[in-house]
Every structure is written in structure tokens, then in C-alpha cells.
Design a protein around this ligand. Structure first.
Ligand code: URA
Length: 407
């Protein structure tokens, strides 16, 4: 029976709801071994899933745990990013949206591999608590309209097990598996509407527009099945997002954006786009009207105030946020225009510095990272500062040319 199902997928055939349910529930119950699940996952990666199989798998995932249902005054809108280098959008977008009167209750994850995770970034703030109970989440949502916590224990437990296995068996990059993994968690989290920030590029899970469009279509269809409005915004991840990469450094940059100190960068553009989409869905107003509210929330200081309330409410002391004192500068090897800031190479470098983990139990160094001094398209003179590394150990950089191209 178990081997029949694996063979069926190996031959590229469609599995029924019952076959998928028996297999995945069997794995959760410990009746199916890791090597058997790995084998099915690899067959799925090679032969794909039909849309019907993706919908079936999403339901099986959701049914494996609790489905949250918060009752609040006002709409709840969730946001999810498929992950990238320097992606601190949640830290900026959630306070803006909450300051505009739309509740944000968000369950986030830790970083693994080259992409960072919001929970690690928040934990770089001394005292910040990410493990809130459902009761605490509800209270904080009612008090200030914004909560970002790690996933509660029983939220799609099947995804937790399967994702950990996918991560170590080279089976992450299946469009169908990604769609069910993300959407099962978003639907179980109980928001009314969901905005997905789908990153495409060499520093992201999805590297081409064909796969991005298919994933977008699947996630919107899944939303319809569960009566959730889903909006997907596709954004570039060939270049790191913003100037800073690394946990405490990214919190600092998020605060700069919220205080209006960083303007007209790709990071600000993406954040304003995501925040206006969320507000537009939540308040049922046009995106143009929502964008005016976004800008007002920055200019009035309300969004930054909301960020401070949120950090304080979850126990964090922002005044104790620290970045490493030891630094190393990278300078331009020639004069010209910056034509590439390689997201993947910067992701690898940040992990090497200690800002990320390659294994689940690796310890993160919150104070290390990279601060870029230039953005794509900027002109530089030979010897000018390109970036500063915040380090805790002596480091040799392979080649600056691999990180930043000047032409
Ligand atoms: N993020 C998720 O939550 N799941 C995936 O499968 C990929 C990215």
C-alpha cells in the first residue's frame, strides 16, 4: 500500500484525496518512516502535483491542527513573505497597517539557510518574547491591534514535520508543496484576508516568473476555497532588500523607515505597496486611498509609535538593541556604476558572519551583519565605501567582485 502510493507518484499519476490523507496522516502518526515520506516528496518534486492534489494536501495539512478564529473589532489581515535577503518588511508593514486601524495578527518563522526569519530579527531586541499563548495573542490584538509571534504549537503540525524533512532532503522547491505549506498556515491562522509577498530571484525560493505565476494562481485559488481574499504581490529578490542584512541591523533599518528617515528605496516601495494592499483589503477602500493613509501614518509618527508599543507589549527593550562594535569596510575596486548587488552571495556572507543558521540548532549572533552604503544603479568612485561588515571574528572576503559588480 505505502509503496504502491510512492510508485504511483513516481510514474506521474494523480493521487486521490484518500491516498494522500492516508500517507500524510500515517507519517504524522509515526506509521510511515522518514525514508518513505522522503521518497514520496522526491517523486512529487520531480513529477509535480495536480491542482486537485494541491487542494487536497492543503486540507489535510489544515486538518492536522487547530484553526484559529479571533473575534476582534475590525478586520484582521495577515501577510506572508516567501523569504529573501534583508527582508524586514513585516517589521515595517505590520505597524503601519495597525496604525491605520487594520488588525495584524501574524505568526512568523525563523530563518533557515540564507534567508532570514522575522522571529530571529525580533529576538535580537533584548527581552522580546515570541512565544505567546493564544490568550496573550488575543489580549494584545485587542489592546494594540498588532501581534507577531512564533507559530503556536498546534498550528498545522503536519507542515512543521514535513517542512523539516523537505529542508534536509532537497525537496523544498515544489510549487505544489510550497502552496499547500504556506496557505495551510495562513488559513489556520484565522485572518480575514491575506497578502502574500512572493519573492523571485537568485536570493529567493522561486527563481523564475513562470513558477512565480503558477504559485500565485494556486494560492489565490486555495484562498477562494476557504473564502479568504488572497492578494499576491511579486517582487524582486536578485538584490538584497534595503541597506541592512543581519538581525539587529535590520531592526535598526526598519525603525529608520518607520521614522521616515529612509525614502525612495526599493525596500520603502515594497513596504508601501504591501501595506496599502493590506489596508485596501481590510478597509475595502482603493489602493490609492490606502497609500495616502500609509504615508500619513509615517509622517504623523503613528506607525513608529505603534512599533514601539508592539515591542514594549511583547517585553522588548529597544534601547538595548546592539550591533557588533567590530567592523570591516569594503571599498570600490574601481569607479563606475553598480550593476549588481548579489542577493545570494550576500545571504551566504551573512550566514558566514553568524547572522543565520544552516542547521536548526545553530546559534545566531544577533549583532553581526552587513550595512550596504550603496544601492543598485548608484555611481561610485574607486576606494569609496561600498559596505560595512559588522563582525565578531576576523573574516576574509573571497572577492568583492562576487558580491558587488561595478561597470
Ligand atoms: N515557506 C513556507 O512556509 N513553506 C514553504 O514550503 C516554503 C516557504
Amino acid at each position: 500500500m505505502i509503496v504502491d502510493i510512492i510508485n504511483k507518484k513516481r510514474l506521474g499519476e494523480e493521487l486521490s484525496f484518500v491516498e494522500l490523507r492516508d500517507f500524510f496522516e500515517g507519517y504524522l502518526d509515526g506509521k510511515i518512516a522518514d525514508y518513505q515520506m522522503s521518497s514520496l516528496l522526491m517523486a512529487i518534486c520531480i513529477n509535480g502535483l495536480t491542482d486537485e492534489e494541491v487542494y487536497a494536501l492543503t486540507k489535510i495539512f489544515i486538518d492536522s491542527g487547530d484553526v484559529l478564529n479571533y473575534k476582534l473589532n475590525g478586520p484582521i489581515v495577515d501577510k506572508h513573505s516567501t523569504g529573501g535577503i534583508g527582508d524586514k518588511t513585516t517589521l515595517i508593514v505590520a505597524p503601519i497597517v495597525a496604525a491605520c486601524g487594520v488588525n495584524v495578527i501574524k505568526m512568523s518563522g525563523r530563518g533557515l539557510g540564507y534567508t532570514g526569519g522575522t522571529i530571529d530579527k525580533l529576538e535580537s531586541i533584548p527581552g522580546f518574547r515570541v512565544d505567546l499563548s493564544e490568550k496573550e495573542i488575543l489580549k494584545q490584538a485587542k489592546d494594540i491591534g498588532i501581534v507577531v509571534s512564533s507559530q503556536t504549537a498546534n498550528l498545522v503540525p503536519m507542515d512543521k514535520m514535513i517542512y523539516a524533512l523537505r529542508d534536509v532532503t532537497g525537496t523544498v522547491s515544489s510549487i505544489g508543496l510550497i502552496a499547500s505549506s504556506i496557505m495551510s498556515k495562513k488559513i489556520a491562522s484565522g485572518a480575514d484576508s491575506i497578502v502574500i509577498d512572493l519573492k523571485v530571484g537568485n536570493g529567493a525560493l522561486i527563481s523564475n516568473m513562470k513558477d512565480a505565476n503558477k504559485l500565485k494562481e494556486l494560492m489565490i485559488e486555495i484562498g477562494k476555497i476557504y473564502n479568504k481574499e488572497v492578494s499576491v504581490i511579486i517582487s524582486d529578490m536578485n538584490t538584497p532588500l534595503g541597506y541592512n542584512i543581519g538581525n539587529a541591523l535590520e531592526v535598526q533599518e526598519a525603525m529608520d523607515v518607520l521614522r521616515g528617515r529612509e525614502e525612495n528605496t526599493h525596500l520603502v516601495e515594497v513596504c508601501y505597496d504591501l501595506a496599502s494592499e493590506m489596508i485596501s483589503l481590510g478597509k475595502k477602500i482603493s489602493k490609492k486611498e490606502a497609500l495616502i493613509e500609509v504615508k500619513n501614518s509615517i509622517d504623523s509618527g503613528l506607525a513608529y509609535g505603534k512599533f514601539l508599543d508592539f515591542v514594549k507589549s511583547q517585553g522588548g527593550n529597544i534601547n538595548k538593541l546592539k550591533v557588533s562594535k567590530k567592523t570591516k569596510n569594503i571599498r570600490a575596486y574601481k569607479s563606475g556604476k553598480i550593476t549588481k548587488i548579489d542577493a545570494l552571495e550576500f545571504g551566504k556572507l551573512s550566514v558566514k558572519l553568524g547572522a543565520g543558521r544552516t542547521k536548526l540548532d545553530d546559534k545566531i549572533d544577533y549583532g553581526v551583519g552587513i550595512k550596504l552604503n550603496k544601492q543598485l544603479g548608484d555611481s561610485v568612485k574607486r576606494g569609496e565605501l561600498l559596505a560595512t561588515l559588522y563582525i565578531n571574528k576576523d573574516m576574509r572576503i573571497k572577492s568583492v567582485k562576487e558580491l558587488i559588480e561595478i561597470n
